[in-house]
Design a protein around this ligand. Structure first.
Ligand SMILES: C[S@@+](CC[C@H](N)C(=O)[O-])C[C@H]1O[C@@H](n2cnc3c(N)ncnc32)[C@H](O)[C@@H]1O
Length: 325
């Protein structure tokens, strides 16, 4: 396999990415001076680092177990639709590598996963990318898991030897890039620079349309149900009670910005629509049965509670394609 990499290097030459990538030095400088942004990124990193691995029993006992299974089904469907045998995959905000098995099923050829959380609450420099493991031995493809901030670091420098990728994925995390325009641009510039022309970017994130609609219907700045709540802050400084700050991404703005970086929309679907549409296909019905989000179709009739189903409605799935230059 041709793939190699440079260890932890933040130096080196930075060639202009392909296609319509627009380097934005002003935005970058602005970002680097923005302490709030760094604090939020650190807070997100600490939040996810502090999460411990659950046992199977703990996981099954979760009040949102069916929602988690549904989310796994959505990610699996996206992967099965767009990943091909031998593909090189870049997984932004990959978490603890929980999706590796899904990629393995798609028989991919190479995998790089990056996440800001490294499983430790110890302070770490989120500006630096470092490889935390070089191979996922259980899988049939070479894999790198890297700790770093993929919405700030110039990944085309760090991953110069690994690129181009056929598929880029960012699951349930793209909204973390939306804290400043510079970070949102960096995220999309990274994707654009690393995907080959015609390469695919798949993702899932909160559906701003639904969230804003719910906010309008709510009495105050807060709404939710038994398994989630969302509170909107008027002041970003006043974050003390918030475990993990999140941002909403108006999809039309995301789409327009993505186009600037040569990424054209293939589709965007709210999760409810996504489920409705792909549950018409027998292979994905079977996948849903295996994952168990809607029970196993036999004795196990357990399924998402109405409250879990409402949470699913808060998310969307998108697919973008890097334009051929
Ligand atoms: C909801 S989890 C999703 C994890 C994984 N993609 C999945 O679908 O299971 C969000 C992930 O985004 C990661 N994350 C948030 N901001 C990030 C950043 N700036 N750079 C890299 N990872 C980030 C978090 O550490 C966390 O693992």
């Amino acid at each position: 396999m041709k793939r190699g990499y440079q260890e932890s290097s933040s130096s080196g030459s930075f060639g202009p990415p392909h296609s319509k990538f627009k380097y934005n030095p002003e935005g970058d400088a602005q970002f680097l001076e923005d302490d709030n942004t760094k604090i939020f990124a650190k807070k997100v990193a600490d939040h996810y680092s502090a999460r411990t691995n659950q046992t199977l029993e703990e996981r099954e006992a979760s009040p949102i177990i069916h929602l988690k299974k549904l989310n796994n089904w959505i990610k699996s469907v996206l992967i099965q639709l767009y990943a091909k045998r031998g593909d090189a995959v870049l997984d932004l905000a990959c978490g603890k590598g929980g999706d590796l098995i899904k990629w393995d099923k798609a028989r991919i050829g190479y995998y790089v996963g990056i996440d800001i959380a490294d499983g430790s609450t110890a302070a770490h420099d989120i500006m630096v990318m470092r490889t935390i493991t070089n191979a996922a031995k259980k899988f049939s493809f070479p894999a790198r898991l890297i700790c770093g901030d993929c919405f700030e670091v110039r990944l085309d420098k760090v991953l110069a030897e690994d690129a181009p990728f056929d598929v880029c994925s960012c699951q349930f995390a793209m909204h973390y890039s939306w804290s400043t325009e510079a970070r949102a641009r960096r995220a999309l510039a990274n994707v654009s620079a690393l995907l080959r022309p015609g390469g695919i970017f798949i993702g899932t994130m909160p559906d701003a349309n639904v969230i804003v609609k719910k906010l309008r219907e709510a009495e105050g700045l807060q709404f939710g149900n038994s398994v989630y709540w969302i509170r909107f802050d008027e002041e970003f400084e006043n974050k003390d009670a918030v475990d993990c700050p999140e941002w909403i991404v108006p999809f039309h703005v995301f789409k327009t910005l993505a186009e600037e970086y040569g990424l054209e929309l293939v589709f965007v679907k709210n999760s409810h629509v996504f489920v409705d549409e792909y549950m018409k296909k027998p292979e994905f019905v079977e996948l849903m049965r295996r994952l168990g989000a809607l029970g196993d179709g036999k004795e196990d009739q357990s399924t998402l509670s109405p409250d879990e189903w409402e949470v699913a409605y808060l998310y969307l799935a998108f697919v973008l394609r890097k334009v051929e230059s």
